[in-house]
Design a protein around this ligand. Structure first.
Ligand code: UDP
Length: 337
């Protein structure tokens, strides 16, 4: 298939581009490069030997997007374009809602105009809000006590896609609810390149290991978990990327949500020790206050994706630590450095 990868130059986008190419698909990336750079795509091209069409465009502008995409044919859209920093979303809600909602509306409008009927949407486990029952299944209620505009924008996008599909039955859409993506391509050529101080755990740990940060702050140790620190389902980004390919290749009528996770929970301290073991570098840390809006635990039940997409996460947390380090150590300052 010819796949339009919206937000394809970002962390998950670049890995998904590579997985799509490895599965014989053609990739067109549309990205505004507000939080990414062309280097990631150049490295995807070098790793795969394929050419990726790159369209620089801000999808939250409908007219500009119509013009930018005119003359490019595609059979399906994978939509990963959006802003994703939880803390920033509480400070800049208008920007977050405008970017994350308008880009989806515009993509859907253009898809409808051009009769492109396949959509894979990048959602998040955040749509479950504060989980009541673990592990999380796709029929868990969405929107239960979501604590930030980023999370709401994902839940709203899911609803928009459902409403558009109800009015346009030819549309087939998949909502992929990511758990915590970590790791990098094992080559260390592409990876997560956060701007400024990383807000996510794994890139922060990797920057402590390389000496860019002194120590990790562990956000709280009195959660009702085994060691008191927050528990998450960390999924290797290559598993996640392959989940997109599986979703695309099994796309059917209607709208279906799938969890992309491993089903295994790891605490902050579990991740720190997995990293120390995989990499052989001690990670100094201190316990600080819990971060506002964090839940104690979020772990996926990934069995639906296994049953219906034939997909399952195969890589371990140790693999993710090793690959994050391969990326961090060969690119100490990220892309372009
Ligand atoms: N965390 C931490 N220190 C950090 C960043 C994150 O202790 O510098 C914890 C956070 O409280 C959560 C887990 O690590 O329990 C994963 O956080 P992350 O921001 O990576 O993902 P989230 O689950 O919040 O989307």
């Amino acid at each position: 298939m010819r796949v339009l990868l919206a937000g394809g130059a970002g962390y998950i986008g670049a890995h998904t581009a590579l997985a799509l190419i490895e599965h014989g698909h053609e990739v067109l990336v549309v990205d505004d490069f507000s939080n990414s750079c062309i280097d990631s795509i150049q490295r995807v091209e070098a790793l795969s030997g394929a050419t990726v069409t790159v369209i620089e465009n801000d999808l939250s502008n409908l007219e500009a997007s119509r013009v930018a995409l005119a003359g490019h044919d595609f059979d399906a859209v994978i939509h990963l374009a959006g802003l994703k920093a939880v803390g920033e979303s509480t400070e800049q809600p208008i920007r977050y809602y405008r970017t994350n909602i308008d880009s989806t509306l515009n993509l859907l409008e253009i898809m409808r105009e051009r009769a492109v009927t396949k959509l894979v949407f990048s959602s998040s486990a955040t749509v479950y809000g504060t989980p009541e029952l673990l592990p999380l299944r796709e029929d868990h209620p969405v929107g239960n006590n979501i604590t930030n505009p980023y999370g709401w924008s994902k839940a709203m996008n899911e609803q928009i896609i459902r409403d558009v599909q109800a009015a346009w039955p030819e549309l087939g859409a998949v909502l992929l609810r990511y758990f915590n993506p970590v790791g990098a391509h094992p080559s260390g050529q592409i990876g997560e390149d956060p701007s400024g101080v990383p807000s996510n755990l794994m890139p922060y740990v990797a920057q402590v290991a390389i000496g860019r940060r002194e120590r990790l702050s562990v956000f709280g140790n009195d959660y009702p978990t085994d060691d008191g620190t927050g528990v998450r389902d960390y999924i290797h980004v290559m598993d996640l990327a392959e989940g997109h390919v599986a979703a695309l290749e099994h796309l059917r009528d209607g709208v279906t949500a799938y969890n992309l996770g491993t089903g295994r929970g790891s605490s902050v301290l579990d991740l720190v020790s997995a990293f120390e073991q995989a990499v052989g570098i001690a990670i100094p840390y201190e316990i600080v206050a819990a971060r506002a809006g964090d839940v104690a635990e979020a772990v996926a039940d990934p069995s639906l994706a296994h049953a219906e997409l034939g997909w399952t996460a195969t890589r371990s947390l140790a693999d993710a630590c090793r690959d994050s380090w391969a990326w961090q150590s060969s690119n100490p300052n990220g892309y372009g450095a």
